[in-house]
Design a protein. Structure first.
Length: 142
């Protein structure tokens, strides 16, 4: 099976999130660089380095069987001729559930290779919750 070519970092990112929604391990790994220096950090998880650790982590996530819908918001993309960095919010919802899951703040780094754009790093962290506004200060009479 020929490798997929992603002409832009945005194309690679679209395939990454398609693979995530579909729980498609082969498509997920097609997005990643074949270099052993790739890095993946899932929300609340430890740093995973290299093809084996990254593949195993996605295999475990997909094996859980939860098929979440995903909507990306607040994307900021910084692109150069060889590297692109995307910072965004991943908003997950599970069909049949009333409330969406806590958003994830993610940073995705892509490298332009001879085989097109490939992900070299993904870091996801739970987004801070919307904090309750502080109570108004007490009124002081002079």
């Amino acid at each position: 099976m020929p490798a997929r070519i992603f002409p832009t970092a945005q194309d690679a990112e679209a395939a990454f999130y398609e693979a995530l929604e579909r729980s498609d391990l082969e498509l997920m790994m097609a997005v990643w660089s074949e270099d052993e220096d790739i890095v993946c950090i899932h929300p609340g998880g430890e740093r995973l380095v290299g093809q084996d650790q990254v593949r195993d982590s996605w295999r475990q996530i997909f094996a859980a069987g939860t098929r979440a819908r995903l909507h990306v918001t607040r994307q900021v993309a910084i692109a150069g001729p060889m590297v692109a960095v995307h910072s965004l919010h991943e908003n997950f919802s599970v069909p049949g559930e009333k409330h969406p899951l806590q958003p994830v703040v993610a940073t995705n780094v892509y490298l332009r290779t001879a085989a097109g754009w490939r992900m070299i790093a993904h870091h996801g962290s739970p987004a801070p919750g919307s904090a309750e506004p502080p109570p108004p200060p007490p009124k002081i009479l002079h």
